[in-house]
Ligand binder design. Structure first.
Ligand code: F6P
Length: 367
């Protein structure tokens, strides 16, 4: 809370841009942690569109004595659901200062605003933070995993679980008929979902925009993967994961492959576009866990009067020798065993901050 903002003003929270599974879990964390500290919370309906129109709904109510703030009981159920109970929107007026003006009036009545969203939403939060004295803090939430400076964004893990489950299902039927399937996944311009899901699903090839391939090169690569898998490797199914950022339409890719593979009449090529399926579904443990901890950090930042920041998920300070994978290091086993003992006997720094974190949440469980 900044010095000039009286504690009595409510905190507001909004979800913006493409919805992501786990947004509701972040909302739950913000509401319950704020309520546990005696701060009322308002939910902004439909992202920045609702903020411009002052469409806010109470997410906490005060008990009869005007004391404790009670979270809306709907929040617990919502946190198990994909999507966002507040609604979201893509608000074109928010890209100009003039367009944002009505929002500044709303902010004057708030102790802070938490924005849960992806790059576009966080750009709006940054602009607001520069134009208002009310603290504005972002939480990364986008299945695309294209938000910088954070080890993950809310929604990525659930989206990947959905894609891998779909690829497994498609592989079942592909094997039955010795078919090659192209599975297109969301991600806007980021190929991350395609790359990560291809590894986990055991794909035979992956296509993503960052490869910078032209159409002919793409078709050559897929044809070669199909010939290799069915010919040399004796496989009964070929799985190609394609990021939607690769603009060659699946239908055109299938048409060209059919023509090129006419010498393999027993091989069929099909395509499935997962589209918005990838955005739905109950959030995974990881997305709920990350959402909760980013929510805590966002409420803390506003309490501390910090503005124009994003609560970012970071891997613990990495130990060991780096490898080709930025998220993987080689750690001497002696160090592993020492730290494992420390984790259980409580002398590890990691155990100490875990205990400290849970102590902070004592007053939140059960709200
Ligand atoms: O940014 C999330 C995302 O799902 C992208 O992966 C996708 O390209 C886009 O949103 C789709 O936007 P909309 O839901 O507005 O069609």
């Amino acid at each position: 809370m900044s010095e000039t903002t009286p504690r009595s003003l409510p905190l507001a929270v909004l979800t913006s841009g493409g919805d992501a599974p786990g947004m509701n879990a972040a909302l739950r964390a913000v509401v319950k942690i704020a309520a546990s500290r005696g701060i009322a919370v308002l939910g902004v309906m439909d992202g920045y569109t609702g903020l411009l129109h002052g469409r806010l709904r109470p997410l906490t109510t005060q008990d009869a004595a005007g004391g404790a703030h009670i979270p809306d009981p709907e929040i617990d159920f919502a946190a198990t659901m994909g999507g966002t109970m507040l609604g979201s929107a893509r608000e074109p007026r928010f890209v100009t200062q003039d367009g944002r003006k009505p929002a500044l009036e709303v902010l004057r009545g708030l102790s802070g605003l938490v924005v849960i969203g992806g790059n576009g939403s966080l750009a709006g939060a940054h602009a607001l933070a520069g134009e208002s004295s009310t603290p504005v803090v972002g939480i990364p939430a986008s299945i695309d995993h294209d938000v910088g400076c954070t080890g993950t964004s809310i929604g990525v893990d659930t989206a990947l679980n959905t894609i891998v489950a779909c690829c497994d299902r498609i592989s079942d039927t592909a094997r039955a008929h010795r078919r090659a399937f192209i599975v297109e996944v969301m991600g806007r311009d980021s190929g991350y979902l395609a790359m990560a899901a291809a590894v986990a699903a055991g794909a035979d090839a992956v296509l993503f925009g960052e490869q910078g391939r032209d159409e002919a090169t793409i078709v050559d690569a897929v044809e070669a993967a199909i010939r290799r898998a069915f010919g040399v490797a004796g496989k009964r199914r070929v799985l190609i994961v394609k990021a939607e950022g690769v603009t060659l339409p699946c239908t055109e890719l299938v048409r060209q492959l059919d023509a090129r593979l006419s010498d393999l009449p027993e091989v069929g090529v099909r395509a499935t576009v997962l589209g918005h399926l990838v955005r739905g579904g109950s959030p995974s443990f990881q997305d709920r866990m990350v959402a909760g901890r980013l929510g805590l950090a966002a409420v803390d930042a506003i309490r501390d009067g910090v503005t124009d920041v994003m609560a970012a998920w970071q891997a613990p300070r990495a130990k060991g020798e780096t490898t080709v994978d930025p998220h993987v290091t080689r750690v001497p086993l002696a160090d592993v065993l020492t730290e494992s003992r420390a984790l259980t006997d409580g002398t590890s720094e990691v155990t100490r901050w875990r205990v400290k974190m849970m102590e902070q949440l004592e007053g939140v469980f059960g709200l």
